[in-house]
Design a protein around this ligand. Structure first.
Ligand code: XMP
Length: 333
């Protein structure tokens, strides 16, 4: 793909000129497509003078932190710091049931932790001769994000705050005095995927579904306790693995398993046993503003359901959410 090859060459030249011989760059990574592609581009341009920071917020998917580490460090050779803040997030989430409060808490705590890491990286740089100061902050902003932040007043923006790392650029730029660097700001998602392939990022990651910043905290309806996080994670893992094995992952725009607030009565032998309710959601969409439920084969859905009930302790019931957006939204909270 000549267009992407020349984009990479031009961007590497531009970043090198911008950052100069000594400056350092930091950026948050999530394991998603955009932040990984942006990070790899920086690695190509300035090597270890780019520092990626992954904040483990305790509500990522099963084994996700480990997978991000493998991809970024072992596969892509990126300089990565993992800030394990899962306890801090989970204890702060205790008793928080309002989804907007979950979003706000996770967003704000994320920024605090990222800032603490940035300060540590800055201090370490001071003691390393020739490293140069941390002067730049990397954001994997795409063209649709730019447009959205200028003009988007769509239905779900007024319904949900869509907290991801909102406020992070402001804190890094105004608080820490860093300059913003956004190598993907003229690209659409498909172009970012192409760019990722061109940079040698594996297909699994390039085609990954989007995952919300507040993670499975907004997919656990009601209380986010460590036990409930484990259940939602395991069910989600089974669901996503089965979709991948069946070869339909790429036909679906986003899929996940949510955990309901209520419990359902089940039978174990001849005893009454209350168990958790899992709600599966899978949608197709082009712009995430409207979406349709994915039409699974019923036998396949029942197979997923059986596996979840059999393999995830405490679950007695699995349902499939068939609602379109609108009137529903893609996340249930
Ligand atoms: P809704 O639920 O509004 O979601 O139909 C549309 C898209 O936005 C994602 N989403 C979020 N992403 N932080 C994020 O980073 C959030 O708080 C958030 N809420 C929803 C959702 O996953 C879907 O892709």
């Amino acid at each position: 793909n000549w267009k992407m090859t020349s984009f990479i060459d031009n961007e590497i030249t531009r970043v090198r000129r911008l950052v100069g011989e000594r400056g350092q760059v930091i950026g948050a990574v999530s394991g998603g497509v955009d932040s990984t592609v942006a990070a790899k581009l920086m690695k190509e341009a300035i090597g270890d003078r780019f520092h990626a920071v992954l904040v483990d917020n305790g509500v990522m998917r099963l084994n996700e932190c480990q997978q991000v580490k493998e991809t970024l460090v072992e596969h892509l050779g990126i300089n990565l710091t993992i800030a394990d803040a899962s306890e801090r997030f989970l204890s702060g989430l205790e008793g928080v049931v309002d989804p907007e409060k979950k979003r706000k808490f996770i967003g704000n705590t994320f920024i605090d932790i990222f800032e603490e890491e940035a300060i540590k990286i800055e201090k370490a740089a001071e003691n390393t001769p020739n490293a140069g100061k941390v002067e730049w902050f990397l954001q994997g902003t795409l063209y649709p994000d730019v447009i959205e932040s200028i003009s988007y007043k769509g239905p779900s923006a007024t319904i949900k705050t869509h907290h991801n790392v909102g406020g992070l650029p402001e804190r890094m730029m105004n608080g820490q005095g860093l300059k913003l660097i956004e190598p993907l700001r003229e690209l659409f998602k498909d172009e970012v995927r192409d760019l990722g392939r061109q940079l040698g990022i594996h297909e699994d990651l390039v085609m990954r579904h989007p995952f919300p910043g507040p993670g499975i905290a907004i997919r656990i309806l009601g209380d986010v306790t460590p036990e409930r996080v484990e259940i939602a994670r395991k069910a989600d893992h089974i669901f996503i693995s089965m979709i991948k094995e069946a070869g339909v992952y790429n036909e679906i725009s986003q899929a996940y398993a949510a955990l309901d607030t209520n419990k359902a009565v089940g039978v174990m032998g001849d005893k009454r046993q209350e168990g958790y309710i899992i709600i599966l959601r899978a949608v197709t969409t082009t712009d995430f503003m409207t979406a349709e439920a994915y039409k699974f084969d019923m036998d396949f859905l029942m197979k997923i359901s059986r596996r979840i009930v059999n393999e995830v302790d405490g679950v007695s019931c699995v349902t499939y959410n068939t609602t379109s957006k609108p009137p529903a939204t893609i996340e249930m909270q």
